[in-house]
Design a protein around this ligand. Structure first.
Ligand code: SF4
Length: 296
């Protein structure tokens, strides 16, 4: 039913890049994640997500909350230990082994960093609206650097920390929908030029970087709006009230290699048939095919 009065502004579909990409990956997973209430039970937590979450927390504290005097290796080690949790690991031994490996990874990444460096934003939420959607997201870090055009002004760079096994390339940075939307959001919120996106891959201590131009940003935005339109249309059907059969028609299972890593595989027969369910710690050693924008 259309509950809008004539002349009222159109209600915008609100989404993060992760939500849009979930819709593109598998409609059933989207329904389970965002629409079903109560939400169907998820599988156990993944150990590789624990690694990613703790590393992100520690880096957020380091750059966003600690004064320069506290930014020492001893403090980093102490914080890694106090933040660590064993969710998803096979046993205590594996958890402690990964705590040490992750601590070394973070220390290696921070080794050459300037303790006095203050990023422009840490875990900063940005957002912007188009005629069709309201898009928002949280950026790991926004750097403000001397502009490369020689103007003497500054420009922003979007930094995303990655802890997955697969090494990353500039193509990964350029093709990331999330990073492109963060560029547009950071421009809108901070009123500074921004074209640079960087994936900081901690396991290899490398940076995969790319520079967007208006054309590449426009392509990403068009894709995001098209996904938002499709998701909004499906959600409108959901709001009308669907029988289980209709729900499966509007939000069908879309089996793929991702099923082996899906939180809902246990309750999805099509997904279980498509890919073996993995142990919660499998992602520590096996590069998961989860798309970059959704991986930590
Ligand atoms: S197991 Fe596969 S098909 Fe089933 S909900 Fe998850 S991603 Fe979709």
């Amino acid at each position: 039913m259309n509950d809008m009065l004539p002349g009222m502004p159109k209600r915008l579909f609100t989404a993060t890049p992760t939500k849009l990409l979930n819709f593109a990956d598998c409609k059933r997973k989207y329904r389970y994640t965002y629409l079903e209430s109560p939400r169907p039970p998820k599988g156990p937590p993944w150990a590789h997500n624990t690694v990613g979450a703790v590393v992100h927390e520690v880096l957020a504290d380091f750059f966003g909350r600690w004064p320069a005097a506290r930014r020492t290796p001893d403090e980093v080690v102490a914080k890694m230990r106090s933040s660590w949790r064993s969710e998803g690991f096979r046993d205590e031994r594996q958890s402690l082994d990964w705590r040490e490996r992750s601590t070394e990874m973070v220390l290696g990444y921070l080794r050459d960093s300037d303790p006095y460096y203050e990023p422009r934003g840490v875990e900063r939420t940005v957002g912007f609206t188009t005629e069709r959607a309201s898009l928002r997201g949280r950026i790991d870090r926004i750097d403000e650097r001397l502009a490369r055009d020689g103007s003497g002004g500054t420009e922003l760079a979007i930094v995303d920390y990655k802890t997955g096994r697969r090494p990353l390339t500039s193509t990964d940075a350029r093709s990331s929908l999330a990073m492109a939307l963060y560029v547009l959001g950071a421009r809108r919120v901070l009123h500074r030029p921004c074209t640079r996106v960087e994936l900081h891959h901690l396991p290899t201590n490398t940076v995969a970087a790319a520079d967007h131009d208006e054309e590449s940003l426009g392509r990403h935005l068009k894709r995001a709006e098209s996904m938002a339109d499709d998701a909004a249309a499906a959600e409108a059907r959901w709001a009308e009230g669907l029988t289980p059969a209709e729900a499966d028609e509007v939000f069908p299972p879309e089996p793929s290699a991702l099923c082996g890593w899906c939180d809902f595989a246990k309750i999805c027969p099509q997904g279980r048939r498509e890919a073996p369910t993995r142990e919660p710690w499998a992602g520590l050693d096996e590069p998961s095919p989860v798309p970059l924008d959704e991986a930590g």
